[in-house]
Design a protein around this ligand. Structure first.
Ligand SMILES: Cc1cc2nc3c(=O)[nH]c(=O)nc-3n(C[C@H](O)[C@H](O)[C@H](O)COP(=O)(O)OP(=O)(O)OC[C@H]3O[C@@H](n4cnc5c(N)ncnc54)[C@H](O)[C@@H]3O)c2cc1C
Length: 387
């Protein structure tokens, strides 16, 4: 079978990057390769920030510049325009984590609604997005995950926030994705997401929920979601990812003396990811798909399935997405074959996006291959330009 996407084409992958930008990216990944250095720098920077030492500029000039869009929605505008010029959409994500006051949750709800309005007024911004724990405490989701019948005023307020966000999205006909987080709080968040779909995904898919395929029971979850969408007659939006909280999941399982919720191996995760995506493609009338992945094999397989199912790669039911600063060979070569593809761009004050940046730094050291892949491609392109 002919391949749809040529991930080796670095000329297309980096066409929008100047020589200086290439060199800067290469330098950053050379540093990220060093696990000990990354761990040490993470600790040092967090300590320095806690002591209010003026170190923000170091973060801003390095990882923040590479992986983020700016400190505010407005600051992301030039990057969004640049991506759009190459046929790539943007998803702007106000990356806040670890907050715990009702005022902050209400404020974040208003901010998410502002993001929805911003996305709705800009054709180049494909989705709005939010994290469950940006509008409610993790412990509250956890309580309702363990006991779905528990009475909780806090959870009622979370529910109200979900529905007011859904209402805004539906009124403006703006698609929105809900992130996946820790397994021990996820079931109650999934319940709310499905309730939103039931209300707002009647004709079109406005709400997408994330399914982390590294969870050993993810396939069964997907089957249950599809059954529910069929029986309650709504459309299902699924954002497929592998899952970003592996270390946390392991630590939690160890602490609770329970088996980890995550698959036993990378191979098992890969298999579940592709199997889940294939199942979703069996319901073209019912299920819309967003593939959040930097995995070339899974991307090619999904592109093949899109072609087989819909006759085209760029059907409105099929989206691809990568994180800003990673896997340009996937993003730009997908855009080259006219697939719908977006970069997820976190933004916000440096301190607020720090947990996200630490995850990216750790991911780029801990995932065998990711940094190596980025470096290899950057080197290939530099060589091509100089020859
Ligand atoms: C647009 C977008 C949105 C995202 N949104 C979310 C989100 O809402 N929630 C979230 O959790 N993550 C999210 N992620 C991150 C995602 O879950 C992955 O961490 C990241 O994309 C790396 O996986 P991959 O499929 O790109 O690539 P790959 O490099 O092929 O896979 C790496 C992943 O495989 C899994 N893995 C690695 N080793 C093992 C092992 N030993 N056993 C079992 N599994 C293993 C882990 O999930 C790891 O992250 C998002 C990613 C993108 C691109």
């Amino acid at each position: 079978m002919d391949k749809i996407v040529d991930f080796q084409n670095t000329e297309i992958a980096f066409a929008s990057k100047s020589n200086t930008e290439l060199t800067r990216a290469r330098l950053l990944f050379e540093i990220l390769k060093n696990k000990q250095l990354v761990n040490f720098s993470n600790k040092l920077l967090q300590w320095a920030l806690a002591l209010k030492l003026p170190v923000e500029w170091i973060i801003k000039a390095t990882v923040f510049k590479h992986f983020c869009g700016g400190v505010s929605l407005e600051q992301c505008a030039p990057l969004v325009r640049k991506l759009n010029e190459s046929g790539v959409y943007a998803i702007l994500d106000h990356s806040v984590e670890g907050q715990d006051s009702e005022e902050q949750f209400d404020q974040n709800t208003r901010l998410i609604q502002e993001e929805i309005r911003n996305a709705a007024s800009n054709d180049g911004v494909a989705f709005a997005v939010f994290k469950p724990t940006s509008i409610g405490r993790l412990e509250t989701f956890e309580l309702l995950t363990k006991d779905p019948t528990a009475e909780s005023l806090e959870f009622n307020r979370i529910k109200e926030r979900y529905f007011s966000i859904g209402e805004t999205a539906k009124t403006l006909n703006q698609r929105i994705m809900i992130d996946g987080e820790e397994s021990w709080m996820q079931a109650s968040a999934d319940e709310l997401a499905l309730a939103l779909m039931e209300r707002f995904n009647q004709e079109e898919v406005i709400i997408y929920n994330t399914l982390q395929m590294y969870l050993a029971d993810s396939y069964e979850r997907l089957e249950a979601w599809i059954e529910r969408a069929k029986s309650q007659n709504f459309k299902l939006g699924v954002k497929f990812v592998r899952g970003a909280y592996m270390e946390k999941e392991r630590a939690y399982a160890k602490k609770m003396r329970i088996p980890s919720a995550v698959c036993v191996s990378k191979e098992a995760t890969d298999e579940l990811f592709d199997k889940g995506v294939a199942l979703a493609f069996e319901y073209p009338e019912r299920v819309s798909i967003f593939l959040g992945t930097h995995n070339e094999k899974s991307t090619e397989k999904a592109a093949q399935l899109a072609l087989k199912t819909y006759g085209v790669v760029n059907h409105p039911n099929v989206w691809f997405g990568q994180l800003q600063g990673m896997s340009d060979q996937i993003t730009y070569n997908l855009s080259h074959v006219k697939a719908s593809v977006a970069k997820l761009i976190p933004y916000g004050p440096v301190k607020e996006v720090l947990p996200y940046l630490v995850r990216r730094a750790e991911e780029n050291t801990s995932i065998a291959g990711q940094t190596g892949r980025e470096l290899k491609l950057l080197r290939t392109e530099q060589k091509r330009r100089s020859s």
